[in-house]
Design a protein around this ligand. Structure first.
Ligand SMILES: Cc1cc2nc3c(=O)[nH]c(=O)nc-3n(C[C@H](O)[C@H](O)[C@H](O)COP(=O)(O)OP(=O)(O)OC[C@H]3O[C@@H](n4cnc5c(N)ncnc54)[C@H](O)[C@@H]3O)c2cc1C
Length: 488
């Protein structure tokens, strides 16, 4: 008789677990807390980009929605080896070695993409953001080449279609509130008063980024006001249930991905916006100007490195400031270089012809101190030429807190200032899972009948992550949890 598997959540990790469990012969019920419109969790907010190891062009063609795209003949995808993927992860590990979870992610990434494609989840090259033109050819850089057709929403739609094709059932507005346990075995879940029995339960209900109290507990009081970039529904429910049932916690519980965001955005991500606008509350051009806190002081080296390497940390730096806000200040020399998110119709900013007129508009800021900070900054700027395409060494000299690159004087009106705060993307702490995806108990043994995947798995990310790894991690761990839940 086939096993019954309950999957909690309906994001990328949950759907991969569901598809794998169905493929392995189980009957699967997926329980999603949100209504149909918000199902799919953070997965729907993404660009659908997935990072994986591949040897070259021939590995990518079978993954594409349109393998006959005429542009492919003049495209160089290069290769992205498992060593490169491992090295990219290590770059964010703060000196830690590659964890078991990271090894699994790296070595199963390529095969997992093929598996997704075999279920009709197909991809397209990310020409606009990950390639540039050279000698008439399109050359990809950075190891990230493919995204699901129609981004995160498309990924969700294709995975849900595969799940349903294989016979899976999904219930919306069915928040799981507890685990049923008997003789040390997980035997089902509770949805309020309702008890639903199953041979195995796969938890794929995301991290705790949208839980105000858990953020404060793990990151500190300053995180109470953090914006949440994605779904309001990832409130750590699965983690809380699993830990209460005896699961071991694992990974960096005070670690998360957090970026500078518009202070006046809604508290959660805007799934109502068209995909092209969904990222526009992010404000990550600070490297072209400076950031000032309520005391009128700078608090980070805005030009420490390319923004890819600082944006996921500077959200936290802003939340550490008094009042948990800052203002990003730019002069007209860089207006044309600011990303579209700064001219987006719902971008909040103030503008003035002179710095004297700008200062009183910086709500919450000591304007006299702010003006003095800008004066000192301008006086400290060296004569190196400005070049935003390289680490240009155009730096301040003699300041306690330097700006190490792209330090142009802020001296040419008009001037603009954007109010920002920190926005959390997802949390890094989670559960320890076995190679089979089973949740490990505090005593070091796998918990019978309980599996976990996606943002719930600890030990995958520490101090940041190479873009596109979150979804791949969900797919790798989801697939193995689903398969083993069905046969284990
Ligand atoms: C704005 C944004 C952009 C991102 N961009 C990228 C990107 O381009 N590439 C990338 O790889 N990663 C990206 N990420 C990270 C990525 O979203 C996550 O790594 C990934 O989607 C997590 O998948 P998941 O299935 O674990 O969680 P989710 O997709 O969040 O799914 C969790 C689901 O569980 C449900 N749930 C919660 N509690 C319960 C409960 N008690 N009962 C039932 N259901 C419950 C939630 O409603 C949700 O549907 C981005 C994240 C955000 C917020």
């Amino acid at each position: 008789m086939s096993k019954t598997v309950i999957v909690v959540g309906s994001g990328n990790a949950a759907l991969c677990a569901g598809i794998a469990a169905l493929e392995a012969g189980a009957s699967v019920l997926m329980l999603e807390k949100a209504d149909e419109a918000l199902a799919g969790g953070n997965t729907k907010y993404t660009a659908g980009a997935m990072r994986f190891a591949y040897d070259g062009h021939d590995d990518l063609i079978p993954l594409l929605r349109d393998p006959n795209d005429a542009r492919l003949a003049t495209t160089d995808f290069g290769s992205y080896t498992t060593d490169q993927f491992a090295s990219d992860l290590l770059g964010f590990n703060g000196g830690r070695p590659l964890s078991e979870e990271q090894q699994k992610l790296v070595y199963q990434s390529g095969d997992t993409l093929k598996w997704l494609a075999s279920h009709g989840v197909l991809f397209e090259p990310i020409y606009s953001r990950q390639s540039f033109e050279r000698d008439g050819r399109r050359v990809f850089w950075g190891g990230l080449t493919l995204a699901a057709e129609n981004e995160g929403v498309g990924l969700f739609d294709m995975e849900l279609a595969a799940f349903k094709r294989l016979g899976g059932t999904i219930r919306y507005q069915a928040a799981v509130t507890g685990l049923m346990q008997k003789d040390g075995q997980i035997i089902g879940v509770k949805v309020g008063d309702e008890e639903i029995a199953a041979d195995a339960v796969v938890l794929a209900s995301g991290g705790f980024e949208a839980n105000d109290a858990m953020r404060v507990d793990h990151f500190g009081q300053n995180w109470a006001k953090a914006k949440v970039r994605g779904t309001p529904n990832n409130t750590g429910d699965g983690l809380t249930m699993a830990l209460a049932a005896g699961a071991a916690s694992h990974g960096l519980y005070d670690g998360c991905h957090a970026t500078p965001m518009d202070l006046h955005m809604a508290d959660y991500g805007g799934l109502h916006l068209p995909p092209s606008e969904r990222k526009n509350y992010r404000k990550i051009c600070y490297f072209l100007g400076i950031m000032l806190n309520a005391k009128g002081e700078r608090f980070v080296d805005e030009g420490e490195n390319f923004r890819n390497y600082t944006y996921a940390q500077f959200g936290r730096a802003i939340l550490d400031q008094p009042g948990q806000f800052a203002w990003q200040i730019f002069d007209s020399k860089v207006f044309d270089m600011l990303y579209g998110e700064y001219t987006f119709h719902d971008a909040h900013f103030v503008e003035a012809e002179t710095l004297e007129a700008l200062m009183p508009q910086l709500e919450g800021v000591d304007g006299i101190a702010a003006a003095a900070t800008i004066d000192r900054f301008n006086d400290a700027v060296n004569d190196a030429p400005f070049d935003p395409t390289i680490l240009d060494g155009k730096a301040t000299e003699g300041l306690d807190l330097p700006k190490s690159n792209w330090a142009q004087k802020i001296d040419t009106g008009p001037f603009r200032a954007y109010p920002v705060t920190g926005g959390i993307t997802f949390t890094y702490g989670g559960l320890k899972v076995s190679d089979a995806g089973a949740v490990m108990a505090e005593d070091g043994h796998p918990m019978s009948g309980l599996y976990a995947c996606g943002e719930m798995v600890g030990g995958v990310f520490y101090e940041g992550y190479p873009g596109g790894s979150g979804l791949t991690s969900g797919a790798v761990f989801g697939r193995s949890a689903g398969t083993n839940a069905a046969v284990g």
